[in-house]
Design a protein around this ligand. Structure first.
Ligand code: CP
Ligand code: NVA
Length: 302
């Protein structure tokens, strides 16, 4: 792909077009088959800045950067001069002088946008309150492993209409999938992301190829709302009976961390009707393909 058509940053996933997404998913599969076949980060560092906790994102990016020949520079927000008042702008300008790309996990969309506005190297959203596009590309890779071509496949997301649901709507739509979101009033995704919205889990799941859920209380949610969230979302748990309403062979997906007994039953989480642990692995392969795309294009731009 010509470098000029490749976006500098990956903040929501909408920066990609359908062809770029398809070729990224192809590269993810190739890198999964041959993990050390790309050395695109040879001699380069990638800053991975975490303002929020992480298990999968940190380990998959850190391992992935290493496998691409680079140095993963994991930074916690509290280690930086940002905590003493240095601006995000100045942080972006300084990091850009050292690293090939910057990943940011943040509780503030504004912080992400400010970093991207001033960084001269690619910025990757490693989760923000509204988006989690690195999760969605790994999920699409997982779906491709099961189904091949994604065009026309149906993904039913059941639960809180959160950052993961939004990113699945954006990137699933770009892949030509029908993304349905079932959530109760007050927890539904906004219109405008291309998803089919309903408050009925059975309706969303009918004939679907995969059934997805996520936590009911996200990192950006006020903990004082947790009890109300759990009560409202209780009818939206993924269990075997709900999976029975999906297409034959359909499986459960979950970005993790999971709360067995809340949004998903233990039987489904650890059973044979899920590809959840493959999803967790595919974070690394998909993100490596993403870094390769963004860093190669940035190098061609000069
Ligand atoms: N799914 C995901 O992003 O997990 P972490 O919060 O552990 O990174
Ligand atoms: N929706 C969850 C995803 C965690 C990976 C959160 O934002 O906390």
């Amino acid at each position: 792909m010509p470098a000029l058509e490749t976006p500098l940053h990956f903040l929501t996933g909408a920066e990609l077009d359908a062809a770029a997404l398809a070729s990224l998913l192809d590269r993810a599969a190739a890198l999964k088959a041959a993990p050390l076949s790309s050395r695109v980060l040879d001699g380069r560092a990638v800053a991975l800045l975490f303002q929020k906790p992480s298990t999968r994102t940190r380990t998959s990016f850190e391992t992935g950067v290493f496998e691409l020949g680079g140095h993963p520079m994991v930074l916690r927000g509290e280690e930086l001069q940002i905590t003493r008042g240095e601006s995000v702008r100045d942080t972006a300008l300084v990091l850009s002088r050292h690293v090939a790309a910057i990943g940011l996990r943040t509780g503030s969309e504004e912080e992400l946008e400010e970093l991207a506005a001033h960084a001269t190297v690619p910025v990757v959203n490693m989760l923000s309150p509204l988006h989690h596009p690195c999760q969605a590309i790994a999920d699409l890779e997982t779906l491709r492993e099961a189904y091949g071509e994604l065009e026309g496949r149906v993904l039913a997301y059941v639960g809180d209409g959160n950052n993961v649901a939004r990113s699945l709507a954006v990137l699933g739509g770009l892949a030509g999938m029908e993304v349905r979101v079932a959530a109760p009033a007050g927890y539904q995704l906004e219109d405008g992301w291309g998803a089919v919205l309903t408050d009925d889990p059975a309706e969303a799941v009918a004939g679907a190829d995969a059934v997805y859920t996520d936590v009911w209380v996200s990192m950006s949610d006020d903990e004082s709302s947790a009890a109300a969230r759990r009560a409202a979302l209780a009818p939206y748990r993924i269990d075997d009976a709900l999976l029975d309403r999906a297409a034959p062979g359909a499986f459960a997906l979950h970005c993790l961390p999971a709360h067995p007994g809340e949004e998903i039953t233990e039987a489904v989480l650890y059973g044979d009707r899920q590809r959840i642990w493959d999803q967790a692995e595919n974070r690394r392969h998909a993100q490596k393909a993403l870094l390769e795309l963004l860093v190669s294009a940035a190098a061609e731009r000069g």
